[in-house]
Design a protein around this ligand. Structure first.
Ligand SMILES: [Zn+2]
Length: 100
């Protein structure tokens, strides 16, 4: 079983968590000024890298809080987890690079 480290509760089994999409997707400051194409891109276009990817996760059967994680999409290895609203940990590889 995969163990995921919730930044608030510590290591827990994967069954307690749910994937929440790509992390660090900022909502436009004034959506009414965007073109339909740009608004559609904000709503639906997401990165799908092979390798490390910054993602949102939620500890649904624990504290219930969202957090960010760097997960390798090819191996499911979690390189780091960190609180929502904090920047990506310094020194971690960029999206699409391998974790090991
Ligand atoms: Zn938690």
């Amino acid at each position: 079983m995969l163990i995921i480290a919730c930044p608030y509760c510590g290591p827990r089994p994967e069954l307690e968590f749910r994937y929440g999409g790509e992390a660090h997707v900022a909502r436009p400051v004034d959506p009414s000024t965007l073109s339909d194409e740009d608004w559609g891109a904000f709503l639906y276009q997401r990165a799908n890298p092979r390798g490390l990817h910054a993602e949102r996760w939620r500890h649904v059967h624990g504290c219930g809080r969202f957090f960010n994680a760097l997960r390798d999409t090819t191996t499911d290895f979690f390189a780091a987890t960190y609180e929502t609203g904090t920047p990506r940990p310094a020194g971690t590889p960029a999206d699409g690079e391998t974790s090991r």
